[in-house]
Design a protein around this ligand. Structure first.
Ligand SMILES: [Zn+2]
Length: 516
């Protein structure tokens, strides 16, 4: 795999520098040892540095000793080659026993570790598995939709890959599509067609030791905890929106799901054939299939669809804006739909509240923040319960690797200012191409960049929580055994050296131990 090679190369290159850095390394080891001892019998969250992806371990003290909850295990963009070493650490730390494994949603950056470390994970004993109900194979619609997402993503990859102009937006769309299928990861599946996401799902649903029950959940359901955790921890499911949430609030991912299903059934819109002519003969809305604009139209728009009316002009405008990028818009819809299927979980343990939001984007958040549909322009007041949760949480897993569309401003404003946050992300340039793995920072100060993590959001959160936010890409990896040497992100400002109380750094992770 390209990434592995890259990290080896980095090791060689900086071999001379390594010797000079030895004392610092010793100091880091010391800190790590101290942490392990201090963490005994206390609730702890561990965030591994895997690159752009999520890999979190909650350790819960119970009468029968520490029990472990694994939430997601994947990396996609910015793979720094540390997954194997991190899973080895997980095996050692947990003695290959996990009380609960949670798969928030169907994206490689939350699943790929289960596929790439398949053999190792089959040696784990697991008590129970929770997965978003959008992946429940007993639901006919789930099976169909998963197949359709794969089909659309594959078609889009072919079409975008054939484009002459391979600009940054196209590259980002391609990355989103690979994230949805888990293809192009160098992981061999069982069947020829099995992408790494499917392989990961096969592992968590069928191949764990102990043959754990697999529960598929959505927001509002009361989840069943494994016996090993009962009496110590409770869990409340806030998202995703229920599949049948009535007319007023159709589930947040439903609308774009329909759009994708249409693309699967009827093929992708013929934008590429129109593209070479777009400057000379700009296409008008009428040249396109009606469904191309499904996302831009309300019921009223459809009813008022008379040429010459304002609505019609608005559609023309949407067309002009979207014309070269219809395929990119579908790639976005695929990405956002899967993110919005995320399980959002509030754990409560010994009076501490921990919120894990997966990659939930606006629709998922709107469901549990407001209990009704909201476009984000005319915001209703946050529900009392949501306000109470956000205002009193002790730990927040930052949404979608620090992207602004997954950490809504009203929610962040309601966040308990003494809350601790962890953000698993990657902005380093320590791999081939020396480019930020996800999105780009806009050089124009008036334009919004696409960078994830969003720099302004991260700074704002640091300020708000008085530096109780820690990012995984601040951790410098230096493990000669695993041939790993990855520098901290250039955005790190040495924060790991002056971490707030109860945080500590290990070789591959950052821990937070909750005060008693
Ligand atoms: Zn993700």
């Amino acid at each position: 795999m390209a990434t592995k090679k890259a990290s080896k190369k980095t090791t060689k290159k900086s071999a001379t520098k390594k010797a000079a850095r030895k004392p610092a390394k010793k100091a880091a080891k010391k800190v790590a040892t101290k942490t392990r001892a201090g963490g005994k019998g206390q609730l702890r969250v561990r965030m591994y540095r895997v690159g752009f992806g999520d890999f979190f371990l909650i350790t819960v003290p119970t009468k029968a000793g520490p029990k472990h909850i694994l939430i997601d295990c994947g990396v996609h963009a910015g793979d720094i080659g540390s997954m194997e070493a991190c899973v080895q650490d997980l095996a050692k730390e947990t003695n290959r026993k996990l009380a609960l494994v949670v798969v928030t949603h169907y994206h490689a950056d939350h699943l790929s570790g289960f596929a790439s470390q398949f053999e190792e994970f089959t040696k784990f004993e697991v008590d129970m598995v929770w997965i978003t109900n959008r992946l429940d194979p007993s639901r006919k619609d789930s099976r169909k939709f998963k197949a359709q997402i794969a089909e659309v993503a594959n078609k889009l990859q072919l079409r975008l890959g054939a484009r002459e102009n391979q600009d940054e937006a196209t590259a980002l769309a391609m990355a989103k599509l690979q994230n949805a299928t888990g293809r192009a990861f160098g992981v061999k599946g069982k069947k020829k067609k099995e992408g790494s996401n499917e392989k990961a799902l096969r592992l968590v649903t069928k191949e764990f030791g102990g043959k754990p029950p697999v529960k598929y959940y959505q927001g509002g359901q009361k989840p069943l905890l494994p016996k090993s955790l009962q009496g110590t921890i409770t869990a409340e499911l806030l998202g995703p929106a229920p599949l049948t949430s009535g007319k007023e609030f159709a589930s947040s991912d439903n609308k774009s799901a329909q759009y994708i299903m249409h693309a699967a059934d009827n093929g992708l819109p013929p934008t590429d054939t129109l593209m070479p002519f777009e400057k000379k003969w700009p296409a008008v809305a009428g040249d396109y299939n009606e469904w191309t604009f499904k996302e831009y139209r309300t019921e009223a728009d459809i009813k008022a669809r008379v040429p010459g009316t304002e609505t019609w002009l608005r559609m023309e405008k949407a067309l002009q804006d979207a014309q070269p990028d219809t395929l990119l818009a579908i790639a976005d819809a695929v990405d956002g739909t899967l993110n919005n299927q995320s399980l959002v979980i509030l754990f409560t343990c010994k009076g501490k509240k921990l919120l894990f939001v997966g990659d939930a984007q606006w629709g998922n958040w709107a469901y549990w923040l407001y209990g009704k549909k909201s476009t984000g322009q005319d915001l209703p007041t946050i529900k009392e319960r949501a306000n109470e949760i956000l205002g009193s949480i002790d730990f927040y897993k930052v949404g979608h690797h620090g992207s602004s569309n997954a950490n809504p401003i009203p929610a962040m404003a309601a966040l308990n200012p003494t809350c601790v946050s962890m953000c698993s992300t990657e902005s380093s340039d320590a791999y081939p191409g020396k480019k930020r793995p996800y999105g780009t920072i806009s050089k124009d100060p008036n334009k919004k960049g696409t960078e994830v993590p969003r720099i302004t959001l991260m700074e704002e959160m640091e300020k708000r929580t008085h530096n109780r936010l820690v990012r995984s890409d601040w951790i410098e990896l230096d493990d000669p055994k695993a041939e790993l040497e990855v520098k901290a992100s250039p955005e790190a400002k040495g924060q790991l050296k002056k971490l707030p109380p109860n945080f500590s750094k290990g070789d591959l992770y950052v821990d937070y131990v909750f005060p008693k």
